[in-house]
Ligand binder design. Structure first.
Ligand code: N01
Length: 547
């Protein structure tokens, strides 16, 4: 082939990876094993991503520890001992640090370094990456392992500058912890984070005031120690367990039902028995997996939601409080179904007050507390558990520019545009780990991360083996994928809720359902098919050769 373009210059790295959480660590391991030169940039002063930042009291994963862990190394699987059914944040962070050491990853990670810009140099066919430390480097590929929930939503209350007490953001919790003993504490928010924080703070504070705008559905975790014998039994069957998870809907070891039974066809007594058993066993994902049409069929949803409301009414002694805690604004599961340890029970304590912000909205923070339209609540400390600019926030915080200098912000002005959640047209050689329009937040994140990392690493291998310099999502394939993602979402109840899944929690954010709901197993098959067909739906450009 006679190509007038000059040979591409040698970049500083084959791949720059942004972020050192579950995604970035495994990506580094995979590309290094394949002989690529890589550099990870991480804003924190340690590895761990989400689990580095979210150190608030009660922080815990809602997927079981034996499943919320890497599956790529059978040795790692066998040697790491989990202590509880659902792992606490310090344990997950310790695990990720162990992984960083065990696979000698730290030498290629630059901590306390935030990537601020990444621009594709079309002539050179390279990404030019800049950091907040003034570092600049080039890379053939840029892999964004920036996480789906890593940009906390800034507290947006009037009068915040006047408040004389302490304020805390759950996603940027002080490293040395906070002693709230004897204090009057407020918590704003009742999402997954707040539902974990509230029982913990209630045990410490003199008084806790919970400011609730939207009541949420929560299922008991039934957390406890993971007995050694049970762990050994699971480890003995790990390969089968992981294989099942990989093909499942949610990335957990629950098989896809052959012919799912419609919840509405299950006699009420039988359904009640099943739900009681699931409630006693604990776990949010298993409740959804056991009634797969709960997110599709309003009747199924009402039946399961009413069961959960019954549990709330049976737990909370004050009937008025119980009604306030019963969700009524959205179908069950259309905001993340939370997992708790004694959340509803906490409202039986004498030192806990629930404030209904729908009936009495916040007016302002004052010097000594928070004033609603009904009363002023004196506070020494206020905790914001107010969520994240999810899915797109971390990507759009970086000045990413692709072909023609077009920014990702411009390209995504009306919502994210991706092919398979892995790549975006106009941004060659840029990969997204668990990007928008992939199953990501609707699954066990570690399983989804591994699937993306493996796919990307195999793709880089393929490009090298076939002397391909550029890969870019083709616009028509991207449009087809987006239409499919939207059609699947529209067939469910999910878009109905004002959730972070649709960006409703961030003022001005385009309302688009941002995750793929087709299930991890079917999605994996689709991605594998694309690869097997020589990366169908991507445009591949060969590396120029000399005459
Ligand atoms: O955030 P959220 P989160 N005034 O957005 C309220 C994952 N996660 O950090 O619903 C008053 O869900 C807001 O009210 P409303 C998980 O995927 C996992 O809790 O907008 N209230 C809502 O109640 C989860 O879904 C785990 O009306 C305000 C809350 O703040 C995701 O992270 C643990 C307000 C925000 O809830 C995000 O969860 C924790 C305002 N101005 C998180 N602004 C586990 O693995 C916001 N709110 C267990």
């Amino acid at each position: 082939m006679n190509d007038p373009r000059p040979m591409p210059p040698t970049p500083d790295f084959d791949a720059v990876i942004v972020g050192a959480g579950f995604g970035g660590l495994y990506m580094l391991h995979r590309v290094r094993e394949a002989g690529f030169r890589a550099r990870v940039f991480e804003a924190g002063d340690g590895v761990g991503g989400t689990w580095y930042w979210n150190r608030y009291p009660g922080a815990r994963c809602d997927i079981e520890s034996v499943d919320y862990s890497y599956s790529f190394s059978p040795e790692l699987e066998q040697e790491w001992q989990w202590t509880e059914r659902y792992p606490r944040q310090p344990e997950i962070l310790a695990y990720l640090n162990h992984v960083a050491d065990r696979f000698d990853l730290r030498r290629d990670i630059r901590l306390e370094t935030r990537v601020t810009a990444a621009q594709f140099d079309e002539a050179a066919g390279l990404w030019r990456v800049e950091t907040d430390r003034g570092e600049r480097c080039t890379a053939r590929y840029c892999v964004m392992a920036t996480g789906c929930l890593s940009v906390p939503k800034a507290p947006e209350l009037p009068g915040i500058e006047r408040f004389a007490g302490a304020t805390y953001l759950t996603a940027a919790w002080p490293r040395d912890g906070v002693d709230l003993t004897g204090q009057r504490v407020g918590v704003i928010g009742t999402g997954s984070t707040a539902i974990q924080v509230i029982p913990q703070v209630a045990r410490q504070a003199a008084h806790l005031t919970v400011f609730q705008r939207t009541a949420n559905f929560s299922v008991p975790a039934r957390n406890g120690p993971l007995p050694e014998g049970e762990q050994q039994r699971i480890k003995a069957g790990y390969r089968e367990r992981r294989a099942l998870s990989r093909q499942s809907l949610f990335g957990i070891p629950v098989a896809l039902p052959d012919t799912p039974r419609r919840t509405r066809d299950i006699p009420p007594a039988e359904l009640n028995q099943t739900l009681e058993a699931l409630w006693a066993q604990g776990g949010a994902m298993s409740l959804l997996a056991a009634t797969p049409d709960v997110l599709m069929d309003p009747d199924a949803n009402t039946r399961v939601a009413e069961f959960v409301r019954g549990k709330i009414r049976a737990t909370v002694k004050d009937p008025r409080l119980a009604e306030l805690l019963c969700p009524s604004t959205h179908p069950l599961g259309t905001k993340r179904l939370c997992l708790d340890s004694e959340y509803y029970e906490t409202f039986n304590r004498d030192n806990v007050t629930l404030v209904d912000l729908r009936a009495t909205p916040i007016q302002t923070l004052t010097e000594h507390g928070l004033r609603t339209t009904a009363a002023e609540y004196p506070l020494d400390a206020l905790i914001f558990a107010t969520g994240f600019d999810a899915m797109t926030g971390a990507l759009l915080a970086i000045d990413i520019r692709g072909r023609g200098g077009r920014s990702l912000g411009e390209a995504w002005a009306d919502g994210p545009h991706t092919y398979l959640g892995l790549a975006s047209a106009g941004f060659p050689n840029l990969f997204l780990i668990t990007g928008p329009q992939s199953p990501s937040v609707f699954t066990n994140m570690v399983m989804s991360i591994e699937q993306h990392v493996d796919w990307i690493a195999d793709c880089l291998d393929y490009l090298r083996a076939h002397s391909i310099a550029r890969i870019e999502a083709a616009a028509p394939a991207q449009a087809d994928w987006e239409a499919h993602v939207a059609a699947v979402a529209d067939a469910t109840l999910m878009p109905q809720a004002d959730s972070w899944y649709v960006g409703a929690n961030v003022p001005g954010k385009p309302r688009v359902f941002m995750a793929y709901l087709g299930g991890l197993g079917p999605y994996r098959q689709r991605c594998d098919q694309v690869a097997a067909q020589g990366y169908a739906g991507f445009e591949l450009s060969p590396a120029p050769t000399t005459v």
